[in-house]
Design a protein around this ligand. Structure first.
Ligand code: GLC
Length: 564
């Protein structure tokens, strides 16, 4: 079928294609695509089975700057600071250094330089809700009741009969209060007991954290992902969270007093003042919870809040068009005017998309449709390493589990290891990731699912991502255009427009493994549509009399052809 599809009626007018290129006002965190690296698992250069920064430098061509690169604009690195590793880096023992496991400050500087030379921005993960229990601040704080750093953490006397101050629970299981024998008080930890929470009400703590942020900006860091940003403040009176039904004890409390406290707004303003000292520095907040309204609270259109916040709603949705459409519209409605959304299908804390969405033998086809959804959204897309290969969860036998919650707390929970396995580069021993046995096993299908195989296959998931990234980069509509749904209650497919004054794109996504025919909005602008991308080259979508017809698991992007 022809490449130009008339809808709803053919037009005889001459056609002109709009081909906007990367514009002057390309703002990296708004217009770009951000790629999350779990450094332990990306590339090992020194043969200890754990990924490191030199390994990442060696693989930068894969990400950007070479003709066959994936083509991302920024990297977000999960924590690489010194850490005893109880939560694999999310327990920091020195904020201004690099863990020797990953390299050194010199290697880090080399990484930033190499990234910038390729036009890649660098985002660091800032874990400021808590430190490691081995951080010198905590070691000092716990040494005695009158230590000057005592108040840097959250201490409480025992209640009657030695009881904990209240019933708050820790995310990873157990209660959130740990008894400290030495100083005879409880300290608070939202996560592991090896992760004591900092006291954000203490101005010295805040000033020291600000200083630390400047330390990294001076080294060239472009942005920060703020770990569990909505947990910084807990209720001063330690009031009890109301009960709510849930599966895990942590979920059986409505977290109204141990997070999302009003004081956070002032703290974010302070952080914003500091990051604004370096133009174009971006902050994205991890907001715990699956709630668009909540995430939207912390994103600003002015200069006093976060640039972006993660809304994790997508991560719990079934692979069905209607729930996705509702989530997209809710997110758009929740954000204050002028605020910028972001979208995510994967990260290091959740089951990988292809495993969540299922689909059996259709899993790869589904991954391509999901990629098209993510990369045609209004809002910054975040990718997670391996997503571009359709990497599934890798089951980890119980004896090999290393993630703390998987290891210790819930008998049926296998933890987050399955989504953190090494990047499969090729079919050689250890997948080209390392010369030694990796810290976690590789995906079972490493022989067929790896970078080398997918790069060579023009129809691979990798090449779909690559193509979509390129299209997004050169398309004003996909980067900046308004989102307009063409459906009320989608059944099998999503149909939406991205509308920019200079370009209009139409996106059609069949979520199902059956052929789909659905009525779409009759107000679709008249004219010709040119296919810009299709998962089914040659037999792609048809638009017939107000209906879209899609092949099973087909994704297609059409551009409105401008008439003279
Ligand atoms: C965030 C991180 C997660 C970590 C937790 C505690 O949720 O994404 O990996 O375990 O914070 O820092």
């Amino acid at each position: 079928m022809a490449d130009v599809i008339p809808f709803p009626s053919p037009s005889a007018r001459p056609e002109r294609s709009s081909e906007p290129t990367r514009t002057e006002d390309f703002l990296w965190w708004r217009d770009g695509v951000i790629y999350q690296i779990y450094p332990r698992s990306f590339m090992d250069s020194d043969g200890d089975g754990v990924g490191d920064l030199q390994g990442l430098i060696d693989r930068l061509d894969y990400l950007a700057g070479a003709p066959d690169s994936l083509g991302v604009d920024a990297l977000w690195l999960s924590p690489i600071y010194p850490s005893p590793g109880h939560d694999f880096g999310y327990d920091i023992s020195d904020y201004e250094n690099i863990d020797p496991l990953f390299g050194s400050l010199e290697v880090f500087d080399a990484l930033v330089k190499a990234c910038h030379a390729r036009g890649i921005r660098v985002v660091m993960d800032l874990v400021m809700n808590h430190t490691s229990h081995q951080h010198p601040w905590f070691l000092e704080a716990r040494s005695s009741l009158d230590n000057p750093k005592r108040d840097w953490y959250l201490w409480q006397n025992a209640g009657p009969g030695g009881r904990a101050p209240n019933h708050w629970r820790a995310v990873f299981g157990g209660r959130a209060w740990e008894w400290d024998e030495t100083s005879q008080q409880f300290y608070y930890h939202m996560f592991l007991k090896e992760q004591p929470d900092l006291n954000w009400r203490n101005p010295q703590v805040v000033a020291r954290l600000h200083e630390m942020i400047r330390f990294w900006m001076k080294r060239g860091v472009d942005g920060f992902r703020l770990d569990v940003v909505n947990c910084y403040f807990k209720d001063e009176k330690l009031r009890a969270n109301p009960f709510t039904p849930g599966l895990r004890p942590f979920d059986m409390q409505r977290h109204v007093y141990d997070r999302d406290r009003p004081e956070l707004v002032g703290a974010l303003q302070g952080l914003r003042r500091v990051t604004d000292e370096y133009p174009e520095t971006m902050m994205v907040g991890e907001v715990m919870g699956h709630d668009a309204q909540l995430a939207a609270r912390y994103v600003g259109n002015g200069h006093d809040q976060l640039h972006q916040a993660f809304n994790f709603t997508w991560l719990k949705l079934p692979w069905k068009p209607n729930p996705f459409l509702r989530a997209i519209l809710d997110w758009e409605a929740a954000l204050p005017p002028g605020a910028w959304p972001c979208h995510v299908l994967n990260n290091h804390d959740v089951d990988r998309f292809v495993t969540r969405a299922g689909g059996g033998c259709y899993a790869d086809a589904r991954a391509k449709v999901a990629a098209t959804l993510l990369l045609t959204m209004r809002g910054t897309p975040y990718l997670y390493y391996g997503e571009e290969l359709g990497l599934p969860n890798t089951p980890i036998p119980r004896g090999e589990i290393v993630d703390p919650p998987g290891k210790q707390y819930w008998p049926f929970y296998l933890g987050r290891d399955p989504a953190r396995t090494p990047m499969p580069w090729d079919g050689s021993t250890y997948g080209g990731f390392s010369t030694a046995k990796p810290w976690l096993r590789l995906n079972k299908d490493v022989q067929t699912r790896n970078v080398a195989v997918q790069k060579a296959d023009p129809t691979s998931i990798f090449n779909v991502y690559r193509h979509l990234l390129k299209l997004r980069r050169t398309s004003l509509a996909l980067r900046r255009g308004m989102f307009r749904s063409l459906q009320r209650k989608p059944k099998q497919m999503l149909a939406y427009l991205r509308v920019h004054p200079q370009q209009t794109m139409l996106v059609l996504l069949n979520f199902s493994r059956r052929k789909a025919t659905e009525q779409i909005d009759a107000t679709l602008p008249e004219g010709h549509w040119r296919v810009r991308f299709s998962t089914h080259p040659g037999e792609h979508a048809r638009l017939v009399g107000g209906r879209a017809i899609l092949q099973p698991n087909e994704a297609v992007i059409l551009e409105k052809v401008l008439s003279e």
